[in-house]
Ligand binder design. Structure first.
Ligand SMILES: *Cc1c(COP(=O)(O)O)cnc(C)c1O
Length: 368
């Protein structure tokens, strides 16, 4: 059996450090925010190359607060993509603003900058590029348009911890950047977690206020806020794991290179493309094939778990039917959702496991 990811293997590798960190929080009784969360914020900001980081309870909350801190609200429009996890779009809805979708580039699966201007209206307030699978969107092109129209750029970096665009870390190129620490992400908590990074002092202050009931100080509620605070235990866990993140990321990148070598002679299988100047951190290694569903079943029969990220683009989800989009509106997102197949990929994977997956794919493609 080859699992899609193996969180038990990750835990086994850092058990002593992690256990000690969690027990220390239990003893300190700093269960919500506290010193470990504050230290993690400083360390994660440093990792991203930003001045501030504000820890919250999920990546979705991070997006919600980043949008609010950028002034997004009812009557506004926010441009994002349909080929993403639903949270990118839902967070926009939480603010009362309307998501306006634009299609993706088929090679990188990220926002196609060529399509942004046609989506901008007098109501547009912000752009939310999604760094899907661990590869940053074309940030220079997106920022150039945003600057010209006076729009805020909020990076959905929930899958892109440590990704880079010409040397700039994910999260550092927009007004703010949002990360998720859901357990399966490249940096994962032992539970839920998220963070917003920014180098803007005012945004950081507003984010801190919003995550903690809109308080300027205890029981002084200056804005309508939320209970989006990070747990102390998650702060401690994430501090331990952050120390291993670069090693894990390099392992992911090495596994991805190995997959691409092993799959090189399978012309009908399109491999992930890292665009020039971008450091892809391979949260997901997705191949593309018109025969995706058959491949998925064949691998499953061999005991190899795969994933679909994502089988239905957001504009065709019943939950977002009110946006008024129909099938055919975003052909690249729709084609990708039919063809992508995420192969098992996690740092602890062995070369033998990678070879087994590649061989199973090859067998299956030959039978076709
Ligand atoms: C995981 C994810 C989110 C949401 O993060 P949660 O921590 O699960 O709330 C948002 N956007 C993208 C692209 C994600 O992958």
């Amino acid at each position: 059996m080859i699992p899609f990811l193996d969180l038990k293997a990750q835990y086994a590798g850092i058990k002593d450090e992690l256990d000690a960190a969690v027990l220390a929080v239990l003893g300190s009784a700093q269960y919500v925010l506290g010193d470990e969360v504050a230290r993690f914020e400083a360390e994660f900001a440093d990792y991203c190359g930003t001045k501030h980081a504000v820890a919250v309870n999920t990546g979705t909350s991070a997006l919600h607060l980043a949008l609010l801190a950028a002034g997004v609200g009812p009557g506004d429009e926010v441009v994002t993509v349909p080929f993403t996890f639903v949270a990118s779009v839902s967070a926009i809805c939480y603010t009362g603003a309307t998501p306006v979708l634009v299609d993706i580039e088929p090679t990188t699966f990220t926002m196609d900058p060529e399509r942004i201007e046609a989506a901008i209206t007098a109501r547009t307030k912000a752009i939310v590029p999604v760094h899907l699978y661990g590869q940053m969107a074309d940030m220079d092109a997106i920022n150039e348009i945003a600057d010209r129209y006076g729009l805020a750029v909020i990076e959905d970096a929930c899958q892109a911890h440590g990704a880079e665009y010409f040397g700039h870390r994910a999260g550092s190129m927009g007004a703010s950047g949002c990360f998720s620490f859901y357990p399966g992400k490249n940096l994962g908590a032992c539970g839920e977690g998220g963070i917003v990074v920014t180098s803007d002092d005012k945004q950081a202050e507003m984010l801190r206020t919003l995550r903690d009931w809109g308080q300027s100080k205890r029981y002084h509620h200056v804005v309508k806020g939320y209970n989006y605070r990070m747990d102390g235990i998650q702060g401690a866990v994430l501090r331990v794991k952050l120390r291993h993140l670069e090693r894990w990321t390099e392992a992911r990148r090495a596994h991805a290179r190995r997959y691409s070598e092993l799959l090189a002679d399978m012309p009908h299988l399109r491999k992930p493309v890292a665009a020039v100047g971008r450091r892809h951190v391979f949260h997901v290694y997705a191949v593309r094939s018109p025969d995706r569903d058959r491949l998925r079943l064949a691998l499953e029969a061999e005991g190899i778990q795969t994933g679909l990220h994502y089988p239905i683009p957001v504009h065709l989800q019943p939950a977002h039917a009110d946006l008024g989009y129909v099938s055919g509106d975003f052909p690249e997102a729709e084609a990708a959702s039919r063809e992508v197949l995420s192969l098992p990929l996690y740092p602890e994977m062995t070369n033998e496991q990678l070879a087994i997956v590649a061989a199973a794919l090859e067998d299956c493609l030959h039978v076709a």
